[in-house]
Design a protein around this ligand. Structure first.
Ligand code: GDG
Length: 483
């Protein structure tokens, strides 16, 4: 029986040794969260890095690691500390990530990082080739593995290869600044189907391909050698029922096991009945617009002082890529901004920004979603953004307003949110006011439309449609080009 192999940089589980004891933890990233249901249901496997460097794993421990991963239907690609530094922190997160998110000034093109990126992509291809059989489907994910499709195709033309990019694809003008643009495109073109979150990213990709490579393009099909490669948009959804059902269970949570968060929120609610909560959740990343969000909230409080003591911004920033200098700088800037606004505006009974720099267990996350009157999802650039969709899924009482950046892929689908330009503090501040004052009937109408769409196009449907399109792409006959 043919199988589907999912491939991503990180496995959906995270391994750590705590006092020589192996600890297996589920990852919190967007991809891991989204694909979990697809992986657990299928007969396939997931190939990726476990989070442990080779140097940490002795031969004895290796057996234990492999067993723990096998239980989760996972196979690891072993990476060394040098790989992690150069391929992951280096080329992936200091070159591709900023470049693809339009942060050109942060982009570092280092030859040794690139060399390691090539080597690690080869390591991934090697492990995949050891487990793939003719007729199988391999679905490769994201910017860390752009070379893998071509490496697989060269070694085994009898497999179906899909590739999905979770981050934005930049305009041609930006993409050409990369010294290895040819190699990157060549790598992606090994796939039968290349997917992006939005139509804009598809257009940018096709424009790069047509200007850099000598190929025929007709609509969304690339004629390349004797193959046809399809390119299309597949906006990623969430596991809607998981979030919706967890929200419905929320009252039960309160009785059974009060989290510290809810205790604080209870206290807060009792101390000021009218007080409202605005929620912000992201990885601590410069693409997520965290400083802009704090500044917009500060602008709002200064422009509409009647809201002082009546509203709080609850900001959860999950530590991310803490070894990369730009992330350390962002953390310092965020600490300072929160300190400034709280220092200037707090009163004895009111702190404007509640800031948590950590990751929270799922049920605390749900506490936050459910308890918030407004969610601010205002990245300066974001492939999709799943938090926006999760917030909508947890609204079970026909209230709640989403403020969403037009720079997030999600804005292309979620028109009923209050759409803002995150660099326009005045507009964002006004959107906060509109959200806080929105009549219940309007909240209900907007939510109903959003929930209908998000629940219908959930993560299973996303994966199903990608895999269906991949099957069709594989069976497409090449266009006969006249000689
Ligand atoms: C990349 C792209 C694209 C967050 N904090 C906690 C926690 N989370 C979960 C959220 C959500 C996920 O992490 C974050 O997903 P995003 O989509 O917002 O962002 P990225 O991690 O940057 O993901 C992005 C995505 O891939 C999918 O294609 O949308 O554009 O950048 O699910 O709920 N989960 C828990 N505790 C936390 O503290 N349990």
């Amino acid at each position: 029986m043919n199988k589907t192999i999912i491939v991503s940089n990180r496995l959906p589980v995270d391994l750590k040794f705590d006092d020589e004891k192996l600890v297996v933890k589920s990852s919190t990233g967007g991809l891991a969260t989204g694909m979990k249901s697809v992986h657990s249901e299928g007969n396939g496997i997931w190939i990726g890095w476990s989070g442990l460097a080779q140097e940490e794993v002795s031969e004895e421990l290796q057996v234990e690691v492999d067993e723990a991963l096998a239980k989760e239907k996972c196979i690891q690609v072993p990476l060394t500390n040098a790989d992690i530094d150069n391929y992951y922190h280096g080329f992936s997160n200091s070159a591709l990530w900023p470049l693809f998110h339009y942060f050109q000034a942060y982009t570092e093109f280092e030859w040794n990082h690139w060399k390691s990126y090539v080597e690690v992509n080869e390591k991934f291809a090697k492990v995949i080739l050891e487990h793939v059989n003719d007729g199988d489907t391999v679905w490769v994910h994201d910017y860390q593995l752009l070379l893998v499709p071509e490496l697989l195709r060269k070694s085994n033309p009898n497999i179906t290869i899909g590739f999905f990019l979770h981050i934005p694809y930049p305009s041609y003008e930006l993409f050409i600044t990369c010294p290895w643009r040819n190699e990157l495109l060549q790598g992606m073109l090994g796939a039968d189907l290349i997917g992006f979150h939005t139509y804009d990213y598809v257009r940018h990709f096709l424009s790069s391909v047509s200007r850099i490579k000598d190929v025929e393009i007709s609509f969304n099909e690339i004629s390349y050698g004797n193959r046809i490669i399809k390119v299309d948009s597949f906006p990623m959804g969430i596991d809607y029922n998981r979030y919706h059902d967890a929200a419905l269970e929320h009252d039960k949570y309160l009785e059974d096991s009060k989290s510290d968060f809810m205790k604080s929120l209870d206290f807060h609610n009792k101390s000021n009945e009218e007080s409202k909560l605005i929620l912000s959740i992201d990885r601590m990343d410069y693409t997520k617009g965290i400083p802009n969000r704090i500044k917009s909230f500060e602008y709002f409080l200064n422009k509409y002082p009647e809201y002082k003591e009546k509203v709080r911004l609850v900001m959860l920033a999950v530590p991310s890529r803490e070894n990369v200098p730009q992330y350390q700088k962002l953390k310092r800037e965020t600490d300072e901004l929160v300190g400034r606004i709280n220092g200037q505006l707090s009163t004895i009974s009111w702190t404007p920004v509640w800031y948590f720099y950590r990751s929270l267990p799922f049920h605390d996350l749900i506490d936050l979603y459910v308890s918030s009157d407004v969610a601010m999802v205002t990245p300066v650039r974001d492939g999709m953004n799943l938090v926006a969709k999760e917030y909508i899924a947890t609204r079970t009482k026909e209230n709640g307003v989403l403020i969403l950046s037009e720079m997030a892929g999600a804005a292309k689908e979620m028109h009923e949110a209050l759409i803002v330009n995150p660099n326009n503090f005045e507009q964002t501040a006004d959107a906060i006011k509109t959200a806080l004052e929105m009549p219940q009937e309007e909240q209900k109408e907007r939510l109903a439309a959003l929930q209908k769409r998000i629940s219908r196009y959930d993560v299973e449907r996303w994966a199903g449609e990608f895999l269906k399109a991949l099957e069709v792409a594989k069976n497409t006959e090449p266009i006969q080009v006249a000689k």
